[in-house]
Design a protein around this ligand. Sequence first.
Ligand code: CA
Length: 236
Amino acid sequence: MRILLVEDERDMAAWLARALKQSGFVVDHAGDARTAEALIADGTGYDAVVLDLGLPDKHGLTLLAEMRNRGNATPVLVLTAQGTLPDRVRGLNLGADDFLAKPFAIEELEARLAALVRRSQGRSRPKLECASLVYDSESHAFTLAGTLLPMTPREHAALSALLMRAGAPVGKSQLYGKVFPHDSGAGPEAIEQVLHRVRRKLAGSDVRVVTVRGLGYMLEAIATADAAGAGDEAGG
Ligand code: CA
């Protein structure tokens, strides 16, 4: 089992990594959120993430929320300080799978990790679909009529948000918030540029992004008689 350990305290991280490796886990270590995000984004595919909340560059729960916003469903076990109920409640709301209060016995961490991975492997691969557009939440990839759809991170974020509510409009500011970080300084027109590129990638398929006046944008299936059986190559 491959584990990403996100922990900035060197002694704690070294002890955890050593103990987990001895128990047969493959462990990658990130000492800050930036490193963790790079490791997660490189597509290695972790079976679980062990996440400390107090990181030097970002709160652990922010990192978790951003992972989930991108559709990353990797199980996350959060390490908390003793008696921090608000962190636990917020963590659950943000998609944490389990918690362990420091200090803890390594055996307990191992048992919980094994249980988490078992649970996640037992559940079916969650998929989101709209006509021939499919998002696999495990590989984090979009396919269109079975063909992998290459996406930039912003296009990916926009299409994920639209697909999650396919058939219903997503507000422009809501979509903007999903695509651009708070400090990006991108103007409101930037979201239209991202959507323009998304639309081009969907062109010719049986799904499209429409503008709903006053309400935002909506992903919808195009109901045509030959859309399902046309067999021509989608996109360009
Ligand atoms: Ca810490």
